[in-house]
Design a protein around this ligand. Sequence first.
Ligand SMILES: Nc1ncnc2c1ncn2[C@@H]1O[C@H](COP(=O)(O)OP(=O)(O)OP(=O)(O)O)[C@@H](O)[C@H]1O
Ligand SMILES: [Mg+2]
Length: 340
Amino acid sequence: MAKLVGFTYDLKSEYLNRCKSKVTVEDVVEFDTEITINEICEALEFSGYKVEKIGSLKNLLSKLCQGKRWDIVFNIAEGISGRNRESQVPLILEFFNIPYTGSDALSMGISLDKVIAKKIVSYHKILTPKFFQIKNLDQIKFNKINLKFPLIVKLSQDGSSKGLSKKSIVNNRNELIFLAKKMLKKYLQPLLVEEFIVGKEFTVVVMGNKYSKKYPVKSYPPVQIAINNKTNLGKEFFTYERIENDETKYICPSQEDSLLLKRLEQTARKVYEILDVQDFGRIDFRVDKNNKIYFLECNPLPHLGKIDVFPLVAHAVGEDYNKIISDIVKIAFDRYNNFR
Ligand SMILES: Nc1ncnc2c1ncn2[C@@H]1O[C@H](COP(=O)(O)OP(=O)(O)OP(=O)(O)O)[C@@H](O)[C@H]1O
Ligand SMILES: [Mg+2]
């Protein structure tokens, strides 16, 4: 009999309609559209699974209380707020002893807090841009700034380029104070200030699990970012806006030196294992003019829609979208059957 897959996710439209006055488009930028949800459902059904759409954590809780259960839950719910938001669905499913795809609560949390992820990764001698965190303005008004300008100012606990715009690069202390003041007030969370890495950018999809014999940790060919048709990005950088405006293109396979691509894959697999990512993930890097690779962040819940990188990397190795999506379920079942 077909396995029953529950599907947890957060829909942009649902939050925008429910909380019209309080929620902005930027608040739900990490959430999914109906199009993505249907693409994933179709891919799973094509591979023989029966899918039940659950939706957000609230729906999950109410279905659990009604006694509903699934063979496995395909989880891409991002959660609404706080640095544990991606951990909430995995934690509840763990409590109810229901298998789910993807990383567990701990791994989601350490990856979502970019500062914690950078500290752990650099402990393992992986290069990441020099940084500090700002919780209040006094830290930058009165202390010596030991980083080399230009710097990029990001939210330390958000993804999908939330809080980022073309104005996120600062060239001196005054610009930094001005931007930090605005961001601390608007986003009410610590900021991550990093040295800006002039150069190229890549993102690497990794799948599998460390202890699995059938699905060991495997990387896909790196996807290179081009902005306005240039891969030497200089001081340009990726924002979500730029994907929607067609300024950004994903290139896979990349035409860069094969040794660099191999090193990117190796580093991505290493980060994946260090941060204990399960089943699937995507790791972002910048590369400087000396081909030094800098870890930017790890996404244990990367966007899985067809406009993103998953169909591209699948094609690059002769697979297709349906396969790569349904592989996530197979990899997760294998993990539960064999070691966790
Ligand atoms: N230190 C840096 N040097 C150069 N560019 C950077 C740096 N940090 C971030 N960027 C640029 O900003 C983009 C977004 O940064 P990052 O990946 O850290 O945040 P995010 O919002 O979580 O991203 P995503 O959209 O992948 O979820 C990167 O893809 C890169 O183009
Ligand atoms: Mg990123």
